[in-house]
Write a protein that binds this ligand. Structure first.
Ligand code: C5P
Length: 249
């Protein structure tokens, strides 16, 4: 699996639904993950590990899931001085994850350092830049000194990150079409905020259906609660993948 990791990401936009659906394991500990995964009945290949699970379960959970055959999106949203982020990327590169997030707002030097660190590792994950958190609105951006509207700030950060060499982003469904236009066909766009028709939004504001997100240019979709909290997670995942495959056909 390791040798094909960069291919995984580069070719992702040509792949069928099973390769493009990432289940967000927003669960508090490894025991809960081990209890949940059998309920997917082998339907999904990709899982996302966020800070909650990573802090509770440690790097071992990444290695465990990779060892079980999953491709892992490690969503650590790194944001620190270039030297520290480069070191974190090097450490993460030993775990077997396929995707890893950094904050675009760390700036071009931080992004370049992260990319250089990844390039020097034999099994580095593909780096994805997070632009503006979907929880931030215009008023909150103003509070941290950013006068642009969220959409314009996303675009500005994406252009800066592209110039620094980044070829992957996480963005909301609303920004997908615009980022696809700016980034071209080869950049990986991973999109959370996905809700099948009729599913509860939870705290997500800017949502799209799986089909709409793919049509807007998503490479991969991140889905958490609609699968993890479903009565039958395998069935929920299968339904989403059927909708994805229909949109891709
Ligand atoms: O449960 P739900 O499908 O809303 O989960 C979406 C996942 O994607 C969560 O793990 C959330 O942290 C993540 N995410 C997001 N918006 C972003 C980046 C990540 O919802 N901009």
């Amino acid at each position: 699996m390791n040798t094909s990791r960069s291919q995984d990401s580069a070719l992702i936009s040509h792949l069928p639904a099973r390769e493009r659906l990432i289940v967000a394991l927003d669960l508090p500990d490894a025991a809960r993950v081990r209890a949940f995964l059998p309920r997917l009945e082998g339907k999904c290949r990709w899982v996302k590990i966020g800070l909650e699970l990573f802090i509770a379960a440690g790097p071992a959970i990444v290695e465990e899931l990779v060892g079980s055959g999953y491709s892992v999106f490690l969503d650590l949203k790194l944001h620190d001085i270039p030297n520290t982020v480069a070191g974190a990327v090097r450490s993460a590169s030993t775990l077997g994850a396929s995707l890893l997030t950094v904050h675009a707002s760390g700036g071009p030097q931080m992004l370049s350092a992260a990319l250089e660190a990844a390039a020097a590792q034999p099994h580095a994950p593909k780096l994805l830049a997070v632009t503006v958190l979907t929880s931030m609105n215009a008023a909150q951006l103003t509070e941290i000194g950013v006068s642009r509207e969220p959409g314009a700030q996303v675009e500005a950060l994406a252009r800066m990150a592209l110039a620094a060499g980044m070829r992957g982003f996480v963005c909301s469904p609303e920004e997908t079409a615009r980022l696809r236009e700016i980034c071209g066909a080869e950049t990986t766009l991973v999109i959370p905020g996905i809700r099948p028709a009729g599913a509860a939004r939870g705290d997500q504001q800017r949502v799209a259906t799986p089909a709409d997100a793919l049509r807007a240019g998503a490479s991969s979709l991140v889905v958490g609660r609609p699968i993890v909290q479903a009565e039958n997670p395998a069935e929920a995942a299968a339904k989403i993948m059927a909708e994805m495959d229909a949109a891709l056909a």
